[in-house]
Design a protein around this ligand. Sequence first.
Ligand code: HEM
Ligand SMILES: CC(C)=CCC/C(C)=C/CC/C(C)=C/COP(=O)(O)OP(=O)(O)O
Length: 308
Amino acid sequence: MTPTNSIPAANAVPADWRDLIALTKPRVMSLVIFTGLCGLLAAPESIHPVLGFTAILCIAMGAGGAAALNQWWEADIDAGMKRTAKRPLPQGRLDRTTARDFAGILCAASVFLMGFAISWLAAAILAISIVYYAVIYTIWLKPRTPQNIVIGGGAGAFPPLIGWIAATGHISTMPVVLFAIIFFWTPPHFWALALFVKTEYAKVGIPMMPVVAGERSTRRQILAYAVLLLPLSALPWWLPGKEHAGAIYGVSALALSTVFLALSIRVGLRTRSGDDDAMKPEKQLFAYSVLYLFALFAALVVDRYIPL
Ligand code: HEM
Ligand SMILES: CC(C)=CCC/C(C)=C/CC/C(C)=C/COP(=O)(O)OP(=O)(O)O
C-alpha cells in the first residue's frame, strides 16, 4: 500500500496549526507521553527538572512525528473509514509534502535533541520506537497480518523505558516489566475497538483480527491477554531492591487489573455481534483500557513518592 491520490488535492492551502496538531494524534499520544513521564518519575534516580522536561518533550515530538508519518502514509486508507475520514489529509486540508516534512522534522529533531541533551541510549530507543511505529507497524505489519498489533504493540511500549533511561542512564528490570505491561495491554485495548469497527477495517482491506480470525477467536484472545496482564501488572510489587514498588502500587494494580479482567470476561464470553447498541461491553472495555493504563502508571508514581 502506498500513498495514493484518491483524496482531494489540498490546493496549496496554507498549513493550519490545528491540522498539524491533529496529525500528531494528540489524544492517543497524551497517554504515550504520560507513560513516558511516569517511567521518568518512577525511576530511583532523579533528573534535573529542565532535563526531565526536555526528555518528555522529545518523547512527545517523536511520538507525534511518528503518528504524523502514519497519517501521511495511510491517507487513502483513512479516507475510506468513517472514524478517520475527517483527518486533515483525507479531507485535503493539508498537502502531503507539508505533512511529510513536518513529520520528518519532528522525528529527526526529537532524536537529536534527546541524544545531545539527555543520552544517546535514550535517543537510540526513541529512534527505534519511531521506526517501529511508522515503518514496521504501519507499512509492513498492518496491511499484512492479523498479528499486526501484537507485534506492532512493541512500539507503544517503549516510552516508559525511554523515560527511565533518561533519568538513570541505563536499562534495568523495572522498565522492562513496564514495557511488558503495555505490550500485553495493547491487544485487548485495540481488539475491543476493532470488534465494533470491524466492518470498516474489512472495507479498506486491513486484516485486523476480527476480520481474519472472526469475532469468537478475537474475544478469546482478548480474554487470554487480560488473564496474563493481571499477574504481570503486579510484578513491580515483587521486584527486589530499590526498584521494588510498594503496597499502593500493588493493591492498585490488582484492583485495576481485576476490573480489566472482569470486563474482558464479559467481552470474551459473548456471542452477540451486530448493531452498535449490541457492542456496549466492547466499547466499555475500550474506554476502560485507556483509564486503566493512566491509573496504573499514576499509581506507580504516587507509590514512589509515598512509599508505605
Ligand atoms: C499498536 C498499538 C495500538 C493500536 C493499533 C491502537 C489503536 C487505537 C485506535 C485505533 C484508537 C482510536 C483512536 C482514534 O479514533 O483516533 C485508539 C485510541 C486510543 N489509544 Fe490506542 N492503540 C495502540 C496502542 C496504544 C498505546 C501504546 C497507547 C498509550 C500508551 C494508546 C493510547 C490510546 C488512547 C489514550 C486512546 C483514546 C483516544 C481518544 O480518546 O480519542 N494506544 N487506539
Ligand atoms: C515514542 C513513540 C514513537 C511512540 C509511538 C507510540 C505508539 C506506537 C502508539 C501507537 C498508538 C496508535 C495511534 C495506534 C493507532 O493505530 P493506527 O495507526 O493503526 O490507527 P488509526 O487507524 O487510527 O490510524
